[in-house]
Each structure stands twice: as C-alpha cells, then as structure tokens.
Design a protein around this ligand. Sequence first.
Ligand code: PMP
Ligand code: GLN
Length: 381
Amino acid sequence: LAGRLSGLGTTIFAEMSRLGVETGSVNLGQGFPDTDGPPEVAEAAVAAIRSGVNQYPPGIGVPELRTAIAEHQERCYGLRWDPDTEVLVTTGATEALAAALLALVEPGDEVVALEPFYDSYAAGVAMAGGRLVPVTLEQPGCVLDLDALRAAVTPRTRLLLINSPHNPTGAVLTREELAAVAALAVERDLLVMTDEVYEHLVFDGREHVPLVSFPGMRERTVSVSSAGKSYSFTGWKIGWVTGSAELVAAVRTAKQFLTYVSGAPFQPAVAAALRLGNAPLVQLRDDLQAKRDRLCTGLREVGFDVHVPAGTYFATTDIRPLGFVDGVEFCRELPRRCGVVAIPSQVFYADPARGRHLVRWAFCKRDEVLDAALERLSTLR
Ligand code: PMP
Ligand code: GLN
C-alpha cells in the first residue's frame, strides 16, 4: 500500500455492516434507507434499461439529468447554472469529492475541514497528497468556532471543505455561520468545497442555505449533492457537482480518469425524480423527522445522553451514562451483546480521543426496525 494511503484500512461501514450480517443484527450503522424511493423513479430506471439506455453515456452526464439538476437548484434556491458547462454528473457524491480534491489540491496543500468529518474526506485529501487540518465542532451543540476556523487557515491552505447538514453530528450550520465561512473564504482567497448531500433533510422548520449563495462564493465554490440521500436510492450512485465552468471543468478532468462516465440508465430516472418537484422531498423530510424523534426518545429511555440532530439521518449519543467509555469497543461488542449495529463516531475524528465516547445511530429505517433495535438495546439499561 502506498504511504499516502497508509492508515486508511477498511471503512468502518464495511466492517460494521459485515458484522451485522454475521450476527443477524438490526443495522443502524451505515446510513442507507431500508425503504426505496418513489416507485415511479424505480420504474423509470427499469424503462431506461428495457429501452436500451445501456451503453456509455456522455462523460458529463446525460443532458436530461444536467437540465433537471439546474432546474432543481433554480427552483429550490434561485441559483442558476448552465447545464452544459456548470453541472457535472458523478458516480455518487463520493466520486465528486474525490475528483474535486484530486483536481484542485496540490501535494502539500492544506485542506481545512470540519471535524468530525465523513471518512472519505481524509481519504480524498490523502490521495491528492494534501494535508487535512481539522476544526472541531464540539458536541453537543456543534456551534462552529469561527476563531478556530480562522486560526486553522494558513498560507498553505488551498481549500475549505464544509459539510452542512453535517455527517456524523447532524448539525446544520446557521445562515450566520455560513456567511462567516464565506467571508473568510473571500478574505483569504480560498477555494471551497461544500458537501450538501443532506440538503433536503433538515428538520423543525430549518432551511438549507447553499454556501455558494453568499457574496463572492460563486467563482470559488464546488457544490456536491447526490440522489442517494434525496431520493433514497443510495445504491444507484448518482451524484453531481455544480459550480463555475472553470471549476467544473477541473473536476471533470479528474472524473474522466476515475470512472469515465456514470451509470447510464439511472440518469434519466434521477432526472425524473428531480422533476417530481418538492412533494417527495418534503415527505421524506417529514418522515425522517418523525423517525428521528422515535429513535432519540427511545435512546434516551435506554439511558444514553442523546444529541438530537437538526438534519441528516444520524443521531449521536454519549455512551458514558451507561458506563461505557470507548465507542469502538462498544460498537464491536454491541452486535453480539444486543443484536444491533451502530457506528463509533471516533472514526470521524483526526484524533480519535476527541470522539471516544460518541456513537452514531442511523434512523432512516422503518418504524418497526427502529422499535426492534430499541427493544434489543433495552437490555443495556
Ligand atoms: N458525503 C456525505 C456527508 C455522506 O454522508 C455520504 C454518504 N452517503 C456521501 C458524501 C457519499 O454519497 P454517495 O453515496 O452519493 O457517494
Ligand atoms: N454516508 C453513509 C454513512 O455515513 C454511508 C457511507 C458509506 O457506506 N460509505 O453512513
């Protein structure tokens, strides 16, 4: 293994999902819904396969999908993108993130990211030869420490990597926090990558504000999203990048040699999903808000300290009130002890000690599955 990748090992999601299968556990670890998205969207993919949409599509994505992505951004946020030059379809948000980091980061450059961070950020920065500089969102509360963010920026900083709604904490940055991030990026002339895959999963009447919508951001921001989260088709791996023609062309250069193109029949289907308008997005959000409440109430009854998320489909608990200290040990034992899988949050920290006592639970599951997990966890009480 090349030195650049040493320490990356096997992702926690693969390890925990495998353990879950081996033990017949209820999987509240890896974030994927156990109910598929709108049936007419699945039918659109089937129809595309049956009608012969099965060969390499254009590298930047089929025109129908690029147009639907641009229309969706205009409808939701008033953002206007040229579908031919400012939109790029990718193989999930994962490829978008990796391609953008490979395209924009020089060896030795620093990338400042909010910690805890989704695991592929560290891998993407490492593959690009960069150095990830974490700025910690302290839990509970997850208020962005703007002084710490400011202090993390050095002359070597190339890019700010922001994620809101945020995995794993479920934090949603406020408009004021986002404005301050944008002002810092402009002041220090930084590129910004903003991972907004959970853009539609914000609760309690909060609104998602795209970071690119702040003054001075359009020319420096690569925005990333995915059909996986918004339409519950995580296995289709259709994501996208929007940004200035110059930045999108840079990302496209890397994408060409990572996957070349992305799944042909899924693209018209995702276009059909985006054209359904707001109804399925609002439905998913409301369903998930109820599931969040169901899981958080149950976890509190089990005895955890629960950090209720403002968005995403993850809740975080502090395991110490139940007498546990280490989340990795807890999560490795939990499948055999109780038949439930969860993710130790410490894997999302540059220094695992900072997240040692935290465990992440996914609530994008059917109510009876959440109830079964809570029933099994009640033996911890
Ligand atoms: N970013 C974040 C914050 C995520 O949680 C995920 C995982 N679903 C991704 C990116 C990757 O998305 P995709 O499955 O579309 O590659
Ligand atoms: N993004 C999801 C999570 O955080 C799934 C990630 C994955 O399997 N790579 O759980």
